[in-house]
Design a protein around this ligand. Structure first.
Ligand SMILES: [Zn+2]
Length: 517
């Protein structure tokens, strides 16, 4: 049995971990390595979909494995395989499945390039959230996680096949945490006029004879799952991304107990946030943000990470407790609807009276028009936000900030930043830009990082809870599970593992080099 970390060995995200045992080949996640991608690309400079796999191979963004990628992304004028820029040999394998831990693109995005027919095994909630993200995003060849749009070559360039002749092709997803619902309307429908060759959700407990177990865990996106696979060498456990300090921290603890019972030979664990000794919990964020909203007599704008439904529901509760309504974008409604179909604890937004929809002034996609029609009496215009700002908490992010020109809030409105620190130069520049907007509208910033350091000052801390486990909590998790070896991924702090795990038990992965167990 061997494990090869093709990506995620020394970066935050991009996990692509190949497990090979008795002729069975599985990946734990197949995400985008944004660290590497951002070395070459940015917002408007992106891989060229018209050249298919060429850009991805030339820049070393995909593992050199023949037979796993979409044939429709190869191009006639270049042998893309001659362009691989990686220091290790090309292998040919039959890939039997991807175990997808959650729907963040640094774990899921590059599934887009896998050939149709390879099963994606995940939780029902992750399947639905991944589909909602794809449905509500602009068409993008790095976001074809749930279904792909066939490409055809014309004059050496790839383009999407005509929507009348080339239906989308849904990937075969299998869920391992519950039986899929019998009415799969959402799963089988597309929000565009293109048809789709559908693939029913299945339930599975093994892949090619290897038993698989799934455990729900706490992370900053619903549906996050840890996996265990029983191999000829014993159980291999993979944490995905997780933490103990969210509102669902009990799930991570229950996972640790259940994984312990398997006496695993290996634990592949994340280590994003191990520098932190203590965590700000979601409950603390709730308490601090509640105080700010209570003290404001004007509009409050809440800025938090996209798809962080836990934070969205935190602000929904705060708004309700302060006699306000939460105003969200059509994308959030779409995502909430999908999550509520998969997770009974999420109230469907159409039945949640505390949630209203922001009426944007732009051309709409048809799925957005459907939402505006369904929420006809519950749409809030910029004009209404200006007139009665104190009745609302508006969910916005930096990328919506030009909408402020329409909202034109009264001076003294609050901008509550409830998102992660600025980690790099680009993000610090965006914070400085955001501050210019707030100054222009005389808004009061709360929780914003300092544009010089990227970190919030002491008085501005406590408005964001990280999605990732702290160092002490991770050591407790490892101690509880008691694996034969520990393989850290999704981290840049290997020193933490060297100084806390006995040398005989630690296997530091090296990109593309198999670890044999
Ligand atoms: Zn994540």
């Amino acid at each position: 049995m061997q494990l090869t970390v093709y990506d995620g060995a020394d970066t935050i995200g991009g996990n692509k971990i190949l497990l090979q045992d008795s002729g069975v080949n599985l990946f734990f996640d197949f995400g985008i390595n944004f660290n590497l991608r951002n070395r070459y690309f940015e917002e408007y400079l992106v891989p060229r979909s018209r050249r298919g796999l060429l850009d991805m191979f030339h820049l070393g963004l995909l593992p050199p494995l023949r037979n796993i990628y979409r044939p429709d992304l190869e191009i006639a004028d270049v042998d893309v395989w001659s362009r691989l820029r990686l220091p290790y040999p090309v292998q040919q394998i039959e890939l039997h499945g991807v175990l997808l831990s959650h729907a963040h693109l640094d774990h899921s995005g590059h599934i887009s390039f896998l050939r149709q027919g390879i099963p994606v095994v995940t939780s029902l909630c992750t399947a639905y959230i991944a589909k909602a993200i794809q449905d509500s995003s602009r068409s993008d060849f790095e976001k074809e996680v749930c279904y792909l749009i066939p490409r055809v070559e014309s004059n050496g360039l790839l383009e999407s096949g005509h929507y009348k002749k080339f239906p989308a092709e849904q990937r075969p997803f299998a869920v391992c945490d519950c039986a899929p619902p019998s009415s799969a309307g959402f799963w089988q429908s597309l929000p565009t006029s293109r048809g789709m060759v559908c693939c029913d959700l299945k339930m599975i407990e093994a892949i090619e004879g290897l038993p698989v177990k799934a455990f729900p865990v706490d992370h900053s996106i619903f549906g996050a799952t840890a996996f265990a696979v029983e191999t000829s060498a014993g159980w291999v456990v993979y944490t995905g991304d997780l933490r103990m300090h969210g509102k669902r921290g009990h799930l991570t603890r229950a996972f640790a107990q259940a994984a312990r019972d398997l006496a695993p030979v290996a634990l592949i664990c994340e280590g994003t946030h191990v520098d932190a000794r203590v965590a700000i919990g979601e409950a603390e964020v709730h308490a601090r943000a509640l105080k700010v909203v209570r003290g404001c007599r004007n509009l409050v704008i809440a800025d938090f990470g996209p798809r962080n439904l836990e934070r969205l529901l935190t602000f929904r509760d705060i708004a309700r407790d302060c006699g306000r309504k939460l105003v969200v974008a059509t994308k959030d409604i779409y995502l909430l609807q999908a999550a509520s179909l998969a997770d009974g604890s999420v109230t469907p937004p159409e039945r949640d009276e505390a949630i209203l929809v922001y009426k944007e002034t732009r051309r709409l996609d048809s799925w957005e028009e459907d939402i505006y029609a369904a929420y006809a009496g519950r749409c809030v215009t910029p004009h209404e936000l200006k007139a009665n700002g104190r009745d609302y908490v508006l969910c916005f992010s930096f990328w919506d900030i030009n909408e402020l020109i329409d909202v034109d809030p009264d001076p003294g409105a609050v901008y509550l930043y409830s998102s992660s620190e600025a980690f790099d130069e680009e993000q610090r520049i965006d914070i400085a830009r955001l501050m210019n907007w707030l100054k222009l509208f005389q808004m009061q910033p709360v929780g914003l990082p300092d544009p010089q350091t990227g970190k919030p000052s002491d008085s501005e801390k406590g408005f964001h809870a990280s999605g990732h486990i702290t160092g002490p909590d991770l050591l407790e998790l490892i101690e509880t599970i008691g694996p034969g070896v520990v393989i850290p991924v999704h981290t840049q702090n290997h020193e933490f593992f060297r100084s806390n795990i006995e040398p005989g038990r630690l296997r530091q992965p090296e990109k593309g080099v198999p670890i044999i167990l």
